[in-house]
Design a protein around this ligand. Sequence first.
Ligand code: UD1
Length: 376
Amino acid sequence: FRILCVVGARPNFMKMAPIMAALAELRPHVDVQLVHTGQHYDVAMNHQYFAALGIPDPDINLEVGSGSHAIQTADVMKKFEPALDQVQPTAVLVVGDVNSTIACALVAAKKGVPVIHVEAGLRSFDRAMPEEINRVLTDQISDLLFTTEESGEANLLREGIAKERIHFVGNVMIDTLVRNLPRAISAEQIVADHGKPGFASGAEGYAVLTLHRPSNVDDFAVLRTLLETANRIGERTPIIFPLHPRTRGMIEKAGLNHLVENSNILLLPPMGYLEMLGLMKGARVVLTDSGGIQEETTALGTPCITLRNNTERPITVDEGTNTIAGQDPDKIMAIYNEVMAGGGKAGRVPYFWDGKAAVRIAEKLQAWMQAGCKTS
Ligand code: UD1
């Protein structure tokens, strides 16, 4: 048997690391190969993750780079097809919800190669989000669907996916978190390394801000409001703000540099995995529009304020430390004040977010392959 695994963008890397490790245990019965589509191509978006997480170098690089959704998705498809023909895998394994996920799943499905989707079934019910389209479509053409939380199975069943295809295994991203927590790099170290020793060393601690969703950063009015709100928070709790390349570009284009270049905010380049882990662990509060960070803060017990109107990861709100705030400054400030007053959600770590999700996936895959890769 041969499994061809696909990564493309930063949030894929920490999900793939434990899967590759668990599948390596199935050798020699199972051969595993890795394709990197190159959706994210900057060193900062790639190398720090591959190196820190011990992901093997990709066997194949497609080097697609950026583009409109159509161009990026089409480029991945065009370049993935010959790679698939060359590798001849038993199945293609994709993770998450980025353009590379749907593109490779679609190529494989049309060629009759079974698709395995890890992190299936998450739904924001917001079709304005490109990732929601990617999630719904990838799940429809997947043969095996591994879910991270129980809402995933309910969503998939509602969409007509056969129950036998769905397996609740837990969260591979938390596998990576559990494994790497002892190596997390502290905020103190990071600010010193970036020439700001002593930043945020006061009693109020620090907040972490991440922004990259088009709905938050491509609209200048929304971006301005969010940065102004960050400044209000920064007056009390200094903010560490690692900048996604898209966001850096938009801040410059919108002429909003003055809102981030001040003594209450420390701008950083995109952080590596161990740096992000340390930053999130030590933070009083994290403000974010990321999906993965909602889960990581829940696993760490750090309060999270989500700067979106919905989440595809409802368990982080129902059981974890996450609160949905949207973009309304008053709402964001109210939740922030509650957290700082000690009234934030205590939260608990969801079931199966225990560091063993990838091992469960490998076991299910082995059984599926031994049974002849049959799906109903
Ligand atoms: C992608 C994913 C998103 C994920 C995010 C994490 C989709 C639809 N979106 O969004 O779900 O949360 O990654 O980071 O797949 N750029 C660089 N260097 C890079 C990569 C991108 O400078 O290595 C810049 C380019 O200007 C590019 C922009 O960032 O146009 C957006 O990159 P892209 O991969 O298209 O989408 P993300 O916004 O990163």
